[in-house]
Design a protein around this ligand. Structure first.
Ligand SMILES: NC(=O)c1ccc[n+]([C@@H]2O[C@H](COP(=O)([O-])OP(=O)(O)OC[C@H]3O[C@@H](n4cnc5c(N)ncnc54)[C@H](O)[C@@H]3O)[C@@H](O)[C@H]2O)c1
Length: 382
């Protein structure tokens, strides 16, 4: 395949690029370093310093022999998107290029506007570039389980059949996002569905849960190939944050009651899911939706697991409930279907004690770099 990865400098984009390249695909990454700029502006830099995308591609080539083509540019600019798509002529686009932080999107008008415009424009430009230049190219788009919110019924994989006054039809599953960022993902899905049913594009929308981890086959070749690993309140995902807090000696910050339940997955499984989706493309005119998660935990369960492993390693981990900065249910029903990717062949890497311990070891080796001022929530919308 000729795989174009939008957002290829990101936490998920960079390891995905290495994974596709190592599997023998021709791979191009595009990014404008938006995440690095926001991290710098909000004092939320990653734990390990990552070289530039061009440098990382060179390091990867030296370590593995595989080539990754790098393009730096703002994909919310249609000229940039069209030029890259025209020049590289992909048959698969993996679309990660969005502002993915819920707290950042709720920080104020400027950040909300930036998130709204950036995310919708990148998706819109991607759709039009495919429609006009490479109509047979599949789009694999990263959505989020946060699009569904926490409804009091089972969450289906994207679609639901509704019977109303004696008649039946199938609709997108109802969405109720909890932040402006998550709402942009809902709007993305609607935009994709409109263009799929109108122009016959082929799209897979992956409703992904929070990802954790740092290790992949290729990232482990050289420490400089490590994905951005965030532990701050802006970009850090829950498990990664708790692991760093355990090492820093900061009590694990459970927001409110800690009964918030979500579906999680290991970074290695994000790569597997995206590879499986791309290898089994949606048909022309199909918006295929998978719920991308492997295990379901409450926040309290994640905290207990990190504490159990951390204590065995002599870290003496404490857990502390703090006022919830987010408007969200702290006790709720949660039962999402997630069988589609398993049926395609996903073999999960679960959050075992060994996986938790190995990540803690990596963090301990970088302990001196932890800035504890980045840990407590700095944005509230409750
Ligand atoms: N990490 C998770 O746990 C998680 C969970 C669910 C969904 N997702 C989704 O997966 C995708 C990737 O997430 P991530 O954690 O790797 O985020 P990330 O911020 O690390 O990666 C996104 C990348 O896209 C780039 N980007 C953003 N706007 C751009 C633009 N206009 N032009 C060029 N590049 C641009 C950023 O610079 C960044 O490198 C996002 O769409 C996110 O919503 C992530």
């Amino acid at each position: 395949m000729r795989v174009l990865i939008l957002g290829g400098d990101g936490y998920l984009g960079w390891p995905t690029a290495m994974d596709f390249a190592a599997a023998g695909h021709e791979c191009c990454v595009a990014d404008n370093y938006l995440r690095r700029h926001i991290a710098e502006a909000t004092d939320s830099e990653a734990l390990m310093v990552a070289p530039s995308l061009t440098e990382r591609a060179q390091i990867f080539r030296a370590a593995s022999g595989y080539h990754i083509d790098v393009r730096i540019g703002d994909l919310s600019d249609p000229e940039v998107m069209f030029e890259i798509v025209r020049d590289f002529s992909p048959d698969t686009i993996i679309h990660y290029a969005e502002q993915p932080s819920a707290p950042y999107s709720m920080r104020g008008f400027r950040e909300a506007q930036e998130t709204f415009q950036n995310n919708l424009n990148v998706t819109f430009n991607c759709i039009w570039a495919v429609k006009d230049l490479v109509p047979d190219c599949q789009i694999v788009k990263l959505g989020t389980m946060g699009e569904y919110g926490t409804p009091n019924i089972d969450i289906e994989e994207g679609w639901i059949e509704i019977e109303h006054k004696g008649r039946k039809d199938t609709f997108l599953f109802p969405r109720a996002a909890g932040s402006l960022y998550h709402t942009t993902k809902v709007l993305d899905t609607d935009l994709l569905w409109f263009y799929v049913r109108t122009y016959g594009l082929r799209v897979t929308d992956l409703m992904q849960g929070p990802v954790y981890g740092i290790s992949t086959e290729e990232a482990d070749l050289d420490p400089r190939l490590c994905p951005h690993f965030h532990y701050d309140d802006i970009f850090g995902t829950l498990v990664n944050r708790f692991l760093v807090q355990a090492v820093a000696g900061v009590p694990l910050t459970v927001y409110g009651g800690g009964g918030q339940t979500r579906g999680y997955l290991n970074l290695r499984d994000t790569l597997q899911c995206v590879r499986l989706a791309a290898g089994n493309p949606a048909k022309r005119g199909e918006l295929r939706i998978f719920n991308q998660l492997t295990e379901i935990f409450t926040v309290n369960e994640v905290a207990e697991r990190v504490k159990t492993v951390g204590d065995k390693m002599g870290l003496d981990v404490a857990i502390k409930s703090i006022p919830n900065p987010r408007k969200e249910k702290e006790e709720h029903y949660y039962n999402p279907t997630h069988s589609g990717l398993r049926e395609l062949g996903l073999i999960p890497h679960y959050m075992t004690d060994d996986v938790v311990a190995a990540t803690l070891e990596r963090i301990i080796a970088n302990k001196d770099r932890i800035v504890t001022g980045r840990i407590m929530p700095r944005v509230r919308w409750n």
